[in-house]
Design a protein around this ligand. Sequence first.
Ligand code: CP
Length: 336
Amino acid sequence: MTFNRKHLLGIRDLSAEEITHLLDTAETFRDVSRREIKKVPALRGRTVINLFFEASTRTRTSFEIAAKRLSADAVNISVSTSSVSKGETLLDTARNLEAMAPDCIVVRHSMAGAPHHLARMCNAPIVNAGDGSHEHPTQALLDALTIREHKGRIEGLNIAIIGDILHSRVARSNVYLLTTLGANVRVAGPGTMVPAEFAELVDQGLRVEQRIEDAIEGADVVMILRIQRERQDAAFFPSMREYAVHYGLHPSHLERASPDVIVMHPGPINRGIEISSEIADGSRSLILDQVTNGIAVRMAVLYLLARGNHSVPAEAGAKPPGSTGNGKKVRKGTKA
Ligand code: CP
């Protein structure tokens, strides 16, 4: 199996084999970060540009570390001090960066579809590091790697995703990935915060619940989402206090879950709102393991995309959000 995509723009169009190949490749890179000398020459002479139009701690840092551990040159563009502040467009910015011959551009943008737009207009491989409320593919991959590490598999697991589903690119990418690999996924959040499009995934193992307790019943994995206040232009619930009461995760909730349940959160955490500190810092929490696995996943993605020799046309995988799949997707119940 090889990964024959030029870009990584989302999880939705990936097959089970492609996802598994990305996870297997990440596993081979995990060991590098445990060595005394944390470096391999895999991307020596290559250049990776991190172009972040939105704030980030984990994703931007781990893409930079991943590139450096592969011996690539990593360049971070700070949008506030770049010519974007003088009015330069996203496309002009990317084209000017591309004129400096990078081997990969990692982009985070508040507009859904921004990385897809760049993938259609630029020659360099593009990695989506989060586009609006649309997708965050490397987050879903690192979450899957963490689940696989602790549970040994994804298929057949009961996985509850709780919180602000509507605005969460993490939830969207995770729902696509986990159902494709055969997990039983339940999502729960205020009715106003569960997207209608998820109804089409019900026959692929997705259950939509109103109550957090129903989603957690028998769960092997509980994934809590951050309230995305920066993406809310209306009131989706009466108050933060009420949200914390009805959708915040507390120790008593976990009594309903599987005895060896693990708890995950993509970060940053709103302590005391969507998750109590007792759980976030407790023995079931894998929040920092997720961060560690982010390095291995991003090493795998950069290695597979930035080393070149892609055997598919540039537009492959450059489908804009909202378009239908390419018919190659393998979901639950379909042979991978
Ligand atoms: N999980 C995540 O994307 O975190 P950052 O916003 O800090 O990158």
